[in-house]
Design a protein. Structure first.
Length: 77
């Protein structure tokens, strides 16, 4: 996982400069879409036998707080 953090920092994809996003080409935008949306779901599905079942067994409050703090982390970035 340290490698993915390094890769994201190297590609400048973990902190999005929201004011400058409109000026970006598709390549940097595609890299943050991959690192924020595709890669987590892909790795979770590869490392978990039944991702939908695992997520389905979690309590709603656990998932809500997880998504809430993830959104706050993204907003703060």
């Amino acid at each position: 996982m340290v490698f993915f953090h390094w890769l994201g920092a190297w590609r400048r994809s973990f902190y999005v400069p929201y004011k400058g996003v409109r000026k970006w080409s598709w390549k940097p935008t595609g890299s943050w879409v991959f690192s924020w949306i595709i890669c987590p779901w892909l790795l979770a599905s590869l490392l978990t036998r039944n991702l939908a079942g695992v997520l389905g067994q979690q309590e709603f409050t656990t998932l809500w707080w997880t998504y809430f703090f993830g959104a706050m982390w993204g907003f703060g970035g």
